[in-house]
Design a binder for this molecule. Structure first.
Ligand code: HEM
Length: 428
């Protein structure tokens, strides 16, 4: 997600959480606010919490309680979410505007696509788009196959494996390193940063530190590649746009690709593998039904739970509610993707054959729609079938109820996925 897509998103929410959490000074009385603000990031197992459906049914556009006289909205219905994300003149993603509204210093702008408006957004996105064409991705496909097979080879002969650490994380990490031209030796460092920036469960401090660290790390890499551009996306951006994109913008773009494409795809690989492992019918139909299964898993999990915050730039109505210029609007993608008006009957059931009324919003919608969507799909369409072709008897090594999920992370996911890969044994 942004150059900082991820960074940005995490930073903004982190800053919001810190700002509203109180602790010192004038905000001390607001210590209870984070939960009120963060509940759309909580889940009950794989499902959004029950409040999400209640809210969507009764008030798909509802007030989000923000302090200090700020007006905030939480949008949980599919149509209004799509309307906000698709609006070309109603909202701004610009970090400066947002920061101004919530009292954040604009120097903390993490850069990247997700917090930029046209024409800056248009210029930066245009620079990145050629790196994500189908032609480029088709060239990457054999590399992803090789990365997946390499990870599976490493697992052969083991009995107990943490599928999160040994498969779900390294597959997108290696892919992104290859795409971007970032040294894989540094993966543990940036994987940690990528997880930390999204996770607000223990407050915003770690999230903010992770964003800063990531930018510093990428800044060093850019400095080296300015002297000697590498073969990856970073080197290609420097060769083609070296004079019109500055180092800070480059770091923002790289950070968005690095962290936006890592935690998201890793979570999807792990959660999808979990669903396939625990549902014999789903797994049995995977080979014949690959594309629909991947799309349904994307909808059902909607791991990017909320879109970037938008600031309304004019008075207007959404879902019958009066949105005023300056209001902060948070779109719940996980809420929208369980809306029966788009997903059809029984939206909380995982069913690749469901007749969808509208396409899901797991990759967002509008000008900020995920630039890496086709890459992510390619990774998932390779990662799921190869895993079960190699280890058809893979089982959870612990009862499903003992798995631990991220408590309040913008990118929903698992902390670990312990599995048994030898024949038989292990609870489902
Ligand atoms: C399953 C995996 C993924 C999911 C679910 C996902 C989801 C999203 C969503 C929902 C947005 C839009 C946010 C908004 O409008 O506020 C987004 C934007 C973005 N994503 Fe992804 N993403 C995934 C994989 C990737 C990958 C693999 C990359 C890059 C390699 C990537 C890079 C980006 C970037 C750069 C943006 C910002 C686009 C812009 O603002 O113009 N994402 N992603």
């Amino acid at each position: 997600m942004t150059s900082l897509v991820s960074a940005v998103r995490s930073q903004v929410f982190g800053l919001l959480a810190r700002r509203f959490a109180g602790g010192n000074g004038p905000y001390a009385g607001l210590a209870m606010l984070p939960d009120k603000l963060l509940w759309p990031l909580h889940r009950d197992g794989l499902d959004p919490v029950a409040e999400m459906a209640r809210r969507r049914d009764r008030e798909p556009v509802s007030r989000l309680p923000l302090p200090l006289g700020m007006r905030g909205w939480l949008i949980t219905g599919f149509e209004p979410v799509r309307e906000v994300l698709g609006s070309l003149d109603g909202y701004s993603n610009d970090f400066g505007k947002f920061a101004g509204r919530v009292g954040i210093n604009v120097t903390q702008d993490p850069g990247g696509l997700g917090f930029a408006d046209p024409p800056v957004h248009t210029r930066l996105r245009k620079a990145l788009t050629p790196e994500f064409t189908m032609r480029r991705l088709t060239r990457l496909q054999p590399r992803i196959e090789a990365i997946v097979q390499g990870r599976l080879d490493e697992m052969v002969g083991k009995t107990d494996v943490d599928l999160w650490n040994d498969y779900a994380l390294p597959v997108p990490a290696l892919t992104i390193c290859e795409l971007l031209g970032v040294p894989y030796e540094d993966r543990e460092y940036f994987q940690k940063l990528s997880t930390a920036r999204f996770d607000l469960a223990d407050g915003a401090g770690a999230s903010l530190d992770a964003v800063g660290e990531s930018l510093t790390y990428l800044g060093g890499l850019i400095e080296r590649q300015r002297r000697e551009p590498g073969d990856g996306l970073l080197g290609s951006l420097i060769r083609t746009h070296g004079n019109d994109i500055d180092d800070r913008e480059l770091a923002g773009l790289a950070d968005g690709v690095l962290t936006g494409g890592l935690e998201t795809s890793a979570s999807m690989i792990a959660l999808g593998a979990l669903a396939l492992m625990t549902d014999d019918g789903l797994r049995a139909r995977l080979a014949d039904n690959l594309d629909d299964t991947v799309e349904e898993l994307l909808r059902y999990m909607t791991v990017v739970q909320v879109a970037f915050p938008r600031v309304a730039i004019r008075d207007h109505k959404v879902g019958g509610c009066d949105i005023r210029a300056g209001d902060i609007v948070i779109c719940s993608l996980s809420g929208a993707d369980r809306d029966p008006s788009a997903a059809g009957a029984e939206p909380d059931r995982l069913d690749p054959a469901r007749p969808m009324k509208r396409s899901h919003l797991a990759f967002g919608y509008g000008i900020h729609r995920c630039i890496g969507a086709e890459l992510a799909r390619m990774e998932l369409r390779i990662a799921y079938p190869r895993l079960f072709e190699r280890f058809p008897d893979m089982r959870l090594a612990v009862p499903a109820r003992e798995l631990t999920y991220r408590r309040a992370s913008i990118v929903f996911g698992l902390d670990a996925l312990p599995v048994t890969i030898n024949e038989g044994a292990g609870p489902r």
